[in-house]
Design a protein around this ligand. Structure first.
Ligand SMILES: [Zn+2]
Ligand SMILES: [Zn+2]
Length: 318
């Protein structure tokens, strides 16, 4: 039962009145697992197939570097700093984080933050822009909700979040407003940097083309799906060791690619915490980056989780 703990929790209120919790059978669990795993496995299979002729160590290094730079721009910048104010940063660093995040091609920083704060405000209830529970708790409803939370909400024209209402602090910040408006410039930079690096490094057009494929296209797609998985997978499957008022889950197998964001159950309990992975073996590279920035005296007022708060929130492994 992958959502057994749901029985005692607040459901998405848009579900039909009196809807009964239906537990999935083993066949349905397998189907959901395949739905998640097969496309990812296909991408993974493309790597060894292309190695040596369409993918080189150079392409991999460029792609991974860009993934980490833009990924931490989202996790450390957009999410922990701008959306939740987990630490205070000077202007130059705020601008750097905003630009790195926008190079992940997930929208202008102000819009991203507004939608995300709305998600926390209404988490898994009416008003949440991307809850997988919005179509009820049957298998069919959850399959539809999973697609909506993962990708569909982005194409839903009714999903407009007021930046003035949910991100007034960023709307007031002139430099952030200006950077946010220049979003297309950061997208172009994100697409052009890998082929430029690959072309100069190999001194060939072919090097530029393969770096564009892996470092621009595949890297953006991979990070897109990992970020989207926090909205879909991490509100549907996984463990709930902490007490939260929603369906947020800790998903260990997403910890590395999501740079610590998949410890989502704890995040919903303590949204302002600079660290999401609070367990001994819970990898959280974003918290690592924040820690380095703090030691370099680049940031201040970092909100590290305190042990007492973590213990208070801890219920039991589920
Ligand atoms: Zn969430
Ligand atoms: Zn958050």
């Amino acid at each position: 039962m992958i959502y057994a703990a749901a029985g005692s929790r607040a459901y998405y209120q848009g579900a039909p009145e009196g809807a009964e919790l239906q537990l999935k059978g083993i066949g349905e669990q397998v189907a959901l697992g395949l739905f998640i795993a097969v496309p990812l496995a296909a991408v993974a299979a493309a790597v060894p197939l292309a190695w040596g002729w369409g993918l080189s160590g150079r392409d991999a290094l460029i792609a991974i570097s860009m993934y980490l730079i833009t990924g931490h721009g989202i996790t450390v910048g957009f999410h922990r700093h701008f959306a939740h104010r987990a630490f205070t940063a000077p202007r130059w660093l705020r601008a750097t984080l905003a630009v790195c995040g926008m190079m992940a091609v997930q929208g202008p920083v102000i819009d991203w933050v507004a939608a995300h704060r709305r998600h926390h405000r209404f988490s898994d209830r009416t008003g949440d822009p991307h809850s997988p529970w919005r179509y009820g708790h049957s298998f069919k409803g959850l399959a539809k909700g999973f697609g909506y939370a993962h990708l569909g909400w982005l194409f839903d024209r009714r999903q407009v979040t007021s930046a003035e209402k949910f991100a007034p602090d960023l709307c007031r910040d002139r430099s952030i407003r200006r950077l946010s408006r220049a979003f297309p410039v950061w997208v172009a930079l994100s697409m052009l940097l890998p082929p430029l690096a690959g072309g100069l490094w190999s001194w060939s057009w072919r090097g530029a083309v393969t770096a564009f494929f892996w470092g621009s296209l595949v890297r953006v797609a991979a990070l897109h799906h990992v970020t989207f998985a926090i909205n879909s997978v991490c509100h549907l499957v996984g463990r709930t060791p902490f007490r939260s008022k929603d369906q947020s889950r800790n998903v260990w197998w997403l910890a590395l690619p999501s740079m610590g964001e998949s410890w989502h159950n704890f995040h919903h309990c303590e949204p302002t915490s600079a660290r999401h992975g609070v367990g001994r073996f819970e990898i959280d590279t974003s918290a690592g980056v924040i820690s380095v920035l703090e030691r370099l005296h680049c940031i201040s007022d970092v909100r590290w989780p305190d042990r007492a708060a973590v213990a208070r929130r801890f219920v039991a492994a589920s």
